[in-house]
Design a protein around this ligand. Structure first.
Ligand SMILES: Nc1ncnc2c1ncn2[C@@H]1O[C@H](COP(=O)(O)OP(=O)(O)OP(=O)(O)O)[C@@H](O)[C@H]1O
Length: 295
């Protein structure tokens, strides 16, 4: 098997007395889309900064392409990092900023191609200070696109983007994946991770609460059927609870069977199920379950 792109082994990070990352171990394989998710303050940024070579581990090892990320000359040209704030100089134009990415990363590409991918071709001569929030975010994304790096970090990439720009960004990420790039994503938009990630590392208080594919993370929790009923409806065929807003909820590990029972019962009794929703557990519910365990 080829060397993993990222190998984290027993990583610990301390800020003074505060133990921010505790014995964390995981790997990201070549071509994988890995989402590092977690609660606020879980340690995601600290972990990523170590992998990106910006921070030293208190103990443990981190390898990127089999090398230390502190060996910047070897590793840096192969990584594209889209930070939450890239900090482009406000006085530079968009074109100059993209060209600077090329110089700093030592990757080869053309400024026009990159401007086209991030849809800023019409803003090439505009100063960074005059860009809208969403346009700045698209310029940040250029750091991940320039030269199609082998490993790409996307830190909250879609924050501040409208729907169209989000779709465009994910289309561009899909193309990068087609070219073989490995993607590491952090986001608080869980649906984006749920739809795209091959695997998810779910951090809480410095360590993994869970790690696995989306279905591995969600299948330990029941799915749910929710609906409203007219006041005259007869007794339900299944055990249900009532939400604060009066909606009925059936939690089940046999979603298809229970849905079939419920629909048959509604048909037989000519009962209309209002606002009917049925679905497997979503990643949001896995997150809520973390909070519940803390109580
Ligand atoms: N420079 C620092 N000095 C002291 N404590 C820090 C420092 N940086 C981070 N921390 C603490 O370490 C913990 C982990 O922070 P980190 O930024 O890695 O979390 P995160 O998972 O990225 O959180 P969020 O989702 O809120 O961005 C937090 O409790 C934070 O307050």
């Amino acid at each position: 098997m080829s060397t993993p792109v990222i190998e984290v082994e027993g990583l610990n990070l301390k800020y003074g007395e505060f133990h921010a990352v505790k014995d964390l171990s995981f790997q990201v394989r070549r071509g994988e889309f890995y989402a590092l998710l977690g609660t606020n303050g879980a340690g995601k940024t600290s972990t990523l900064e170590t992998i990106e070579g910006h921070r030293s581990a208190t103990s443990g090892t981190v390898r990127v392409f089999g090398q230390s990320p502190r060996d910047r000359r070897a590793v840096r040209p192969r990584m594209g990092i889209m930070l939450q704030e890239s900090g482009f100089s406000p006085d530079l134009t968009v074109r100059e900023s993209v060209s600077l990415i090329g110089k700093l990363t030592e990757r080869t590409d053309t400024v026009d191609r990159v401007l086209g991918v991030v849809d800023l071709g019409h803003k090439g001569r505009t100063k960074v200070s005059q860009l809208s929030g969403g346009e700045k975010r698209r310029l940040d994304f250029a750091t991940a696109v320039y030269g199609t790096p082998e490993l790409i970090f996307l830190d909250e990439p879609t924050t501040g983007l409208d729907i169209q720009s989000r779709d465009d960004l994910w289309d561009a990420v899909d193309r990068l994946r087609d070219e073989g790039s490995t993607i590491v994503l952090t986001t608080h938009y869980l649906e984006e991770a749920q739809q795209r990630a091959d695997r998810i590392g779910l951090m809480h208080r410095g360590t993994f609460h869970r790690e696995g594919t989306v279905s591995e993370l969600t299948r330990t929790l029941p799915g749910a059927i929710r609906f409203t009923l007219p006041a005259t409806a007869p007794a339900l065929p299944l055990r249900a609870t009532r939400d604060a807003d009066g909606k009925f909820a059936i939690e089940t590990f046999g979603l298809q069977k229970d849905l079939h029972t419920l629909l048959g019962w509604a048909q037989d009794h000519a009962v209309e199920l209002g606002d009917l929703e049925a679905g497997p557990t979503r990643l949001d519910d896995v997150f809520r379950a973390i909070g519940a365990n803390d109580q």
